[in-house]
Design a binder for this molecule. Structure first.
Ligand SMILES: [Zn+2]
Length: 287
């Protein structure tokens, strides 16, 4: 099936060399290309990639989408993988590659370097240092708003027209320890909430359901002896950890609210804002 009529963005279909047999897809697997950002660079590579590699869709930085494999045929994007006990995710998934350079390292001089030796200005390119349990530490480039909007359109179209689909996952989720895509900046939970209608609270909803207390200048001390506390993108226990805060670190509190019968605090740490469970945050006295 092609989705040209259902997607607002620029869309084209080019047939990949590596197209496998019939599948009944039940999940969508999201990837980063971990390649150059130039338009169609990764898409063109994937059309004739070696070792059976292929993917159903590629989403460029500007939101342009290329489909390369029909949604009811097998593509080679997941490799060794497992979803809820089911191995070999290529046999039951639709793969989407999102153009992003992947993990970068500090190149000095305010720049970050990709594995393919390109460097970017950290500020200008929207690059952030983030460490998560799933990704480890690295410098990561933000996705473009046009890219996320196009991806969301594509996901809506897929879930409308492929009735067997039930979930959206990332490559790191099905190949833990082996893969780190999509990167920690990827807005997985908000996309899932919007596309799947799941009950995860997006930013606006989480803000509406909590109180802004930043002006009070409250500070809390992380209280997890000999451990670290997960800072999460949203106040839930879904895979949305964006940082781990060591025991004893004092952080400023921005918001406070109750989610799932549990008090949470939105705090600022290491240049990011995120949610922590309040039971592991001890009040500090301040003047
Ligand atoms: Zn991947």
């Amino acid at each position: 099936m092609q989705f040209k009529n259902h997607i607002a963005q620029n869309f084209s279909y080019s047939r990949a060399k590596n197209i496998g047999g019939k599948i009944v897809p039940t999940i969508v697997v999201l990837h980063d290309t971990a390649g150059r950002l130039e338009k169609f660079n990764s898409a063109n590579y994937l059309l004739t990639a070696p070792r059976g590699v292929s993917v159903h869709f590629v989403v460029e930085r500007d939101g342009t989408i290329t489909q390369q494999v029909p949604t009811n045929r097998r593509a080679g994007h997941a490799g060794t993988s497992e979803y809820h006990g089911q191995k070999g995710c290529n046999n039951f998934s639709i793969g989407i590659e999102i153009v992003n350079p992947g993990r970068m390292t500090d190149a000095g001089g305010g720049r970050a370097r990709t594995w393919f030796k390109e460097t970017y200005n950290i500020v200008e390119a929207g690059i952030h240092f983030i460490q998560t349990q799933e990704h480890g530490a690295g410098w990561w480039m933000d996705y473009e708003p046009e890219q996320i909007a196009a991806l969301e359109d594509l996901l809506h179209a897929l879930f409308d027209y492929v009735p067997t689909l039930t979930d959206i996952v990332t490559h790191w989720y099905i190949s833990p320890g082996r893969k780190v895509d999509t990167n920690p900046l990827f807005p997985l939970e908000s996309l899932k909430a919007r596309v799947l209608g799941r009950d995860d609270l997006q930013d606006e909803a989480a803000n509406d359901a909590s109180d802004l207390i930043e002006d009070k200048g409250e500070m809390v001390s992380i209280d997890v002896p000999n451990d670290t506390l997960n800072m999460r993108r949203w106040p839930s226990f879904n895979p949305n950890v964006i940082a781990t805060i060591p025991d004893g670190v004092v952080v400023p509190v921005i918001r406070a609210g109750t989610f799932g019968d549990r008090p949470w605090l939105k705090v600022r740490y290491s240049g990011q804002e995120g949610w922590i469970v309040a039971s592991h945050a001890a009040p500090t006295t301040h003047s």
